[in-house]
Design a protein around this ligand. Structure first.
Ligand SMILES: *[C@@H]1O[C@H](CO)[C@@H](O)[C@H](O)[C@H]1NC(C)=O
Ligand SMILES: *[C@@H]1O[C@H](CO)[C@@H](O)[C@H](O)[C@H]1NC(C)=O
Length: 371
């Protein structure tokens, strides 16, 4: 009798400990900080995140060395120290490349042993000299068979070099990640899932920009839906393809956009999903069709309109006049993070911290993941 009670008591303690260590955010609550956003590093509420990606370092086209532009050097140098003030455990990674970088330079670098070496050694020394705990490769995208093989070779050599550096420096190995295409299949070309799974610590799957006013058929569409019927690009199909290709769910990070895309409607009264449109809307806060979550909230306030949540596909949208915006509000973000949890993924990341509005989406994501 007594021992049963004691056993129960100990199981209770163990359960409590398990619960609190899970609550202490195992996995990833990630965010990119983009220097181009102008958002001050010191304003980042790092208590809401476990990993922060500092974007972007550049790849020099002639030397194939990774460099930090002079305008970013001071901010990058103190980045880790600054964000760790509010959260000493937050991990920082230096992200290289990005959607605005020249993909041909990455392809050329990855194609030859010497240029790969240049990338690898310069990236590692730059991470160390700037106090980052890891590196994140954002090559958008390796897009033919040769480039995909080079990408695979690059990741293999990068990991070996990071291990070697760790042995010689006596420091924990630099974390290595890559931001990758939404699906394990790039328009018919399989990506090297098994190599990436063994060489990288995780992959950031870019589950956004599925539809936008500049490249989808001229109709409104959810830019980053979680679900969709066959033929509609969606996040679940992409994540499922990565898992089916043999990539472990526990190393997949689901990407969430803190921005939306704005279309110009043909008829302002036909303003649902898949309504006829005429390219990108223009207006306050809209930049080439894109608009931050903060900008969307201002749009809603100025036009006194509310957004609609479609829980079938998981997207929000809002319109006023002929401007129609598809995006992720709190409901979409919560549904995606809950999905990531249920699927046993490593976690989620968002692009990008400066687009949030008073931490609304960051906080929704964090509490959904930890709660
Ligand atoms: C959409 O319509 C606009 C205006 O008619 C046109 O300029 C644009 O090329 C069209 N975009 C697509 C993707 O068809
Ligand atoms: C920002 O969020 C906090 C916490 O939810 C709230 O107390 C505060 O009023 C918000 N500030 C603004 C300007 O909306």
């Amino acid at each position: 009798m007594g021992s049963t009670i004691i056993n129960l008591f100990f199981s209770f303690i163990v359960l409590l400990q398990l619960h609190s260590s899970a609550g202490q955010s195992s996995g990833m609550k990630g965010i990119y900080w983009f220097s181009g956003s102008g958002f001050p590093v010191s304003d980042i509420d790092s208590s809401l995140f476990t990993h922060i990606f500092c974007a972007f370092a550049d790849l020099a086209p002639n030397t194939f060395q990774v460099t930090i532009s002079p305008s970013n050097s001071a901010k990058f140098k103190t980045f880790t120290q600054t964000v760790q003030r509010k959260n000493p455990n937050v991990k920082t990674l230096l992200s290289i490349g990005g959607g605005g970088a020249n993909a041909d330079t990455f392809a050329a670098m990855a194609s030859q042993p010497d240029s790969r070496k240049s990338f690898i050694s310069s990236s590692i020394s730059l991470a160390r000299s700037n106090g980052f705990l890891g590196l994140d490769l954002d090559w958008e995208y390796p897009s033919n068979q040769n480039q995909i093989s080079s990408f695979s070779t690059l990741c293999t050599e990068w990991r070996a070099a990071a291990e070697k550096e760790s042995q010689s420096s006596g420091k924990p190995r630099l974390l290595l990640s890559a931001a990758v295409f939404r699906s394990s299949n790039y328009y018919g070309l399989p990506l090297p899932a098994s190599v990436l799974a063994t060489k990288l610590d995780w992959i950031n799957v870019m589950c956004y920009d599925f539809y936008g006013p500049g490249w989808s058929p001229n109709s409104t569409a959810p830019p980053a839906a979680l679900f969709g019927s066959a033929g509609q690009v969606n996040c679940d199909a992409g994540i499922t393809s990565w898992i089916q290709s043999g990539f472990p769910a526990s190393k997949i990070v689901l990407g969430i956009p803190f921005y939306g895309w704005a279309w110009r409607l043909v008829n302002q009264n036909n303003n649902g999903l898949y309504a006829p449109a005429n390219g990108a809307a223009t207006g306050a806060g809209i930049d080439d069709g894109a608009i931050t979550y903060k900008g969307i909230n201002a749009f809603k306030e100025n036009n006194r309109v509310n957004s609609v949540y479609n829980g079938m596909v998981v997207t929000n949208y809002v319109s006023s006049g002929t401007t129609w915006i598809g995006y992720d509000d709190k409901q979409s973000v919560a549904a995606k993070v809950a999905y990531a949890k249920k699927k046993g993924l490593f976690g989620y990341f968002a692009w990008q911290v400066g687009a949030d509005d008073n931490w609304t989406l960051s906080r929704t994501a964090s509490t959904t993941w930890s709660g």
